[in-house]
Design a protein around this ligand. Structure first.
Ligand SMILES: [Zn+2]
Length: 204
């Protein structure tokens, strides 16, 4: 399945009628967070395919609209679309006292634990736990940084080793240098920093 993945940065060509050309054949859109609701609503109105998203840590900073209409928030949920198994985990490492979209390592561990029954159900029903984990923050020591806001979650790395999804798609870590690594293989999982946009193929 051809999938458009977006996060963190508004890309002008995506935010324009050119989107229908760029996203030709796309059957699903995934957002890894920190994008305005209006941008996601535009994408979904142009492509007329499902858009599953998680919120980034910057959701809720201003007075702007938080949650996009016509899109599906998959934070701490497991969903299935056309045979592709997807789960989401919003937010980043906690670095200040704003209430929303920030988690300590232990809090994220607890969120991951809530997914367990659905993942096991997938394993029984489909023979695998998950195809795609959509997160905002990166896993620990994969595309992350040493400052607290950009430190990745250890439990995401554990998740990869435990449940072996085909993809972990994340955002949060902006890419200013094109030589910076954005795709990393860990075991059976391809970890992708989706900063801006990417088109990927997900095999069912
Ligand atoms: Zn972020």
């Amino acid at each position: 399945m051809r999938v458009l993945v977006v996060s963190d940065q508004i890309v002008e060509s995506i935010n324009s009628p050119a989107l229908t050309q760029i996203a030709r054949g796309v059957e699903m859109v995934l957002s890894c967070g920190d994008l305005p609701a209006e941008y996601l609503e535009f994408i979904v109105s142009m492509l007329n395919v499902p858009l599953y998203y998680v919120m980034g840590n910057h959701g809720g900073n201003g007075g702007e609209k938080l949650y996009p209409d016509g899109c599906d928030n998959i934070d701490a949920r497991v969903v299935e679309y056309k045979g592709v198994l997807i789960a989401g985990l919003e937010g980043s490492m906690r670095y200040n006292n704003r209430p929303d979209f920030q988690y300590t390592e232990n809090e994220m561990k607890a969120k991951v634990a809530t997914l367990t029954p659905a993942l096991i159900k997938n394993r029984v029903q489909y023979g695998r736990f998950l195809d795609v984990l959509v997160t905002h923050a990166p896993p620990y020591h994969i595309h992350d940084a040493t400052d607290l806001p950009h430190t990745g979650f250890k439990v995401f790395t554990w998740f990869i080793d435990q449940y072996k999804p085909h993809y972990l798609l994340h955002g949060h870590k902006h890419i200013y240098d094109q030589r910076e690594e954005a795709v990393t293989l860990r075991g059976a999982t391809t970890v992708v920093n989706t900063y801006g946009y990417r088109i990927i193929e997900i095999s069912k």
